[in-house]
Design a protein around this ligand. Structure first.
Ligand code: LLP
Length: 424
């Protein structure tokens, strides 16, 4: 469900035609719908009812300060994975007591920053990290609140690059040794083990892997409590998938209901770290057709956005729908929608049956709100596109388009090398 729809053949973001936004900010641009963000959050929140819980929106999926602000206003917490994301979270006004921090490679500096901010939970991913955190917390005379990220060895049946809860993945502490590591954590002077964390992957379309994971985790929590390790928080991570095409994606309420049923009477505050399910369908990437190349074997629709702006199709072979901004009658065309980057892997859509298109037309790459802008780069020295937030008939540029100067900012040629040395 989202608020991008056709009215008299023209595609609107809420109350504004995309052509109008394009006239103001140029192309390509990301566009987010406020109503969709709010609705997705509320759907998740409502399904949890009176169960003690905290929804920590996963910043990596869309880290724009204005988007974070939409969720924070609804009472959300945030899931961060780096010092940079922690900085953003605090800048957006997040309550540090609602921030959880995951990641396999936290540095001393990042630990110090998060301790100083007094976040809710460090999701610790290895024994060595646990010892490092104990040391850093001790130096600051603090106690670090910790959940161990447990790897339950469950197959989430998703793309291998985004499966994280299998034995062969780098994430978390193996389920079988986790009890031992908790015992160790309990003995550490500056560590307070108060939670269990897991996250098995992303774009997961079945509920069962989540339920199976919770089943394993539940057993662990009971064992830990028997050993007087007082677990208060159960952080079940993110990962719920969305419909990019015509997949049957579970409703958040079905996912939550299934988990609550599995949870039974276990008394814990539940933490969720949804990313994609909140923002994925709330954002699009709008790009302009530059050229139509009708090749001997293939047709190419060359647009002004490339893999640097939206890498999911190139990186995962991900499908994202392409909709024209203006619907036109006429003969359809099958082709690849490609960008200007100098790589054959630079495509936004492959072998797609599309309505008639001409240079100058706008098309929208749908479901681009999650892992769209956050994975964009300056490859080929291309300025990253602006991000626009629409609410009803209002629109705001919430990140301006980068300039060429932005691209070279911070670079310099060392003085001894800068003279005009004659080439020998
Ligand atoms: N929590 C943790 C610890 C995570 O690693 C992630 C995502 C999430 C929560 C949020 O997962 P979500 O609800 O969005 O599935 N770039 C890939 C997705 C990578 C996901 C990484 N971790 C893509 O574009 O499909």
């Amino acid at each position: 469900m989202h608020h991008f729809s056709y009215r008299d053949g023209r595609l609107f973001a809420e109350e504004i035609p995309l052509e109008e936004i394009a006239r103001e900010v140029g192309t390509p641009f990301y566009c987010y719908s406020y109503a969709t963000l709010e609705r997705h959050y509320q759907a998740f929140e409502a399904s949890l009812g009176n169960v003690p819980h905290l929804i920590c929106f996963s910043v990596k999926s869309n880290s724009n300060l204005a988007v974070l602000n939409v969720f924070l206003k609804q009472g959300a917490g945030l899931d961060v994975v780096s010092g940079g994301e922690l900085f953003r979270a605090l800048k957006a006004g997040a309550d540090p007591r609602k921030i959880v921090f995951a990641g396999v490679g936290k540095t001393v500096r990042e630990m110090e920053e998060a301790l100083r901010a007094e976040i809710l939970l460090f999701n610790v991913e290895s024994e060595q990290e646990l010892l490092a955190l104990d040391r850093v917390a001790g130096q600051g005379g603090m106690k670090a609140p910790v959940a161990l990220r447990v790897n339950p060895d469950i197959n989430p049946q998703t793309h291998p690059y985004i499966s994280t809860g299998l034995k062969q993945n780098k994430f978390g502490i193996p389920f079988d040794t986790s009890l031992e590591v908790y015992r160790q954590a309990k003995e550490l002077k500056y560590i307070e083990p108060i939670g269990v964390h897991c996250h098995i992957g992303s774009q997961i379309l079945e509920i069962q892997p989540f339920v199976d994971t919770l089943g394993r985790i539940k057993e662990l929590v009971q064992r830990l409590r028997e050993e007087s390790i007082a677990i208060q928080y159960l952080d079940l991570g993110g990962g719920l998938g969305i419909a990019y095409e015509d997949e049957a994606a579970p409703a958040p309420s079905d996912y939550v209901d299934a988990l609550l049923q599995e949870l039974g009477g276990l008394d814990c505050t539940l933490i969720f770290e949804p990313g994609r399910v909140l923002v994925g369908n709330a954002g699009i990437l709008v790009t302009r057709v530059l050229y139509m190349k009708r090749g001997p074997e293939k047709n190419f629709i060359v647009v002004d956005a490339g893999m640097n702006d939206c890498i999911r199709p190139s990186l995962y072979g991900a499908y994202q729908a392409v909709w024209p901004a203006v619907q036109r009658e006429g003969e359809k065309i099958t082709g690849d929608v490609v960008g200007p980057i100098c790589e054959s892997g630079d495509f936004l859509a492959k072998d797609r049956l599309l309505p008639p298109l001409e240079p100058g037309d706008l098309v929208a790459v749908m479901s681009a709100g999650a892992y769209g802008f956050t994975m964009a780069s300056n490859y080929n020295s291309r300025p990253r596109p602006p991000e626009v937030l629409v609410r009803g008939a209002e629109q705001w540029v919430v990140r301006r388009r980068e300039t060429y100067e932005d691209i070279v900012q911070g670079e310099s040629v060392p003085e001894p090398l800068s003279g005009a040395d004659p080439v020998p």
